[in-house]
Design a binder for this molecule. Structure first.
Ligand code: SAM
Length: 339
């Protein structure tokens, strides 16, 4: 099969699907309460792609060479019966006869109830977001007073269910940058890969400022002063995280440096919003509606043609072109498009 290439020669390999724009957390840098409050107009249920619609779209993506599907949101585990979706996606066969790699990004709060069912349904791995181990700081960041201990229990539940776990921590200066070493210490030697994420200018509601970004260089320097690190070569050309290994054999850390070391050159990711709009960049302002043709009964060939035409025209490389002006242009929210 010929890979589908965009205008910059990048193949389409990963699809991230947001299955809900709702979340049970109100992380201050992502869904601040002042914006996502009681009156916020979340999508109605009928506006969301159904699991069957999602499976159909994913099947078409798989025929174009997509290997990995990441289920995200919002908080994907607040959507009822999410394990049913995992089951449908796990049944999809790629052109080479193999199955898709199915990942899920979650705040971990519902993993204690869901981990076994997700693993049984065919999920390949899970990424849990956890920005601080300090209970007070964590409760303040999620802004719904959710205790950190319950997320740690979620991580344990996933591991017990046999799911490989990665832990993602967004670092925001003045909020949790003092927790970097404690996070590194906690996950060293745990078998769970820890990845720090530079605070990004996604969406338009988090009041992002460059001064709030803690660079990958600073994060790695701080950790390696305590536990020496050496760089590890990327596993794949479209890897999002730069990787380092502890000299003493206690595992690895990664940093997603999308602000200070953008990686648009290898970006093979497409994103589908919960209502079926396809975005070719996390920082895009506009998506392409796939739900209308789906619900109007378009055959697979027509949807495939639409997809081919969207991807082959793609030129996005927002992070490489980021300036103070572009950072203030309205963009779609992370909770809508999916992290
Ligand atoms: N609710 C799920 C979760 O908490 O992982 C999935 C959706 S959440 C939007 C996905 C990831 O995006 C989380 O790790 C979150 O911390 C991260 N995120 C949100 N806003 C961000 C920002 N401005 N910069 C960097 N990462 C951000």
């Amino acid at each position: 099969m010929q890979p589908l290439l965009d205008r910059l020669g990048r193949p389409l390999e990963t699809l991230r699907i947001s299955i809900t724009d709702r979340c049970n957390f109100r992380c201050v840098y992502c869904m601040p309460k002042e914006v996502f409050g009681r009156d916020y107009a979340f999508l109605e249920r009928r506006e969301l792609l159904t699991f069957e619609e999602l499976a159909r779209v994913v099947g078409i993506f798989a025929s174009f060479g997509v290997r990995t599907v990441r289920i995200t949101g919002g908080e994907p585990l607040v959507r009822r019966n999410v394990e049913r979706l995992v089951e449908l996606l796990a049944a999809i066969e790629k052109p080479d006869g193999d199955r898709l790699e199915l990942a899920l990004t979650t705040n971990g709060s519902l993993l204690p109830q869901k981990a076994d069912a997700l693993a049984a349904a065919g999920l390949s791995r899970v990424t849990v977001s956890l920005d601080s181990l300090d209970d007070e700081a964590f409760r303040a960041m999620n802004d719904v007073d959710f205790p950190v201990q319950r997320v740690l229990e979620g991580i344990d539940a996933a591991a017990s269910a046999g799911l490989p776990v990665k832990v993602n921590a967004v670092v925001k200066r003045g909020a949790n940058d003092g927790d970097v070493l404690a996070l590194a210490e906690h996950f060293r030697g745990s078998g769970h890969a820890l990845r720090f994420i530079e605070y990004m200018d996604v969406g338009s509601t988090n009041g992002w400022r460059l001064e709030d970004v803690v660079s990958a260089e600073e994060i790695v320097r701080r950790i390696s002063e305590r536990w020496p690190l050496e760089a590890v070569a990327p596993e794949r050309p479209d890897a999002t995280a730069l990787r380092w290994r502890y000299f003493d054999g206690a595992g690895e850390i990664g940093v997603v440096a999308s602000v200070t070391q953008p990686f648009c050159g290898g970006c093979s990711r497409a994103r589908l919003s919960a209502e079926g709009r396809l975005y070719t960049c996390l920082f895009a302002a506009r998506g392409h509606d796939l739900r209308a043709p789906l619900r109007l009964g378009a055959p697979d060939e027509e949807l495939a043609e639409q997809l081919r035409s969207i991807w082959t025209r793609r030129t996005d490389r927002y992070s490489e072109l980021r300036t103070a002006e572009t950072a203030s242009v309205p963009k779609v929210e992370m909770s809508y498009i999916g992290g």
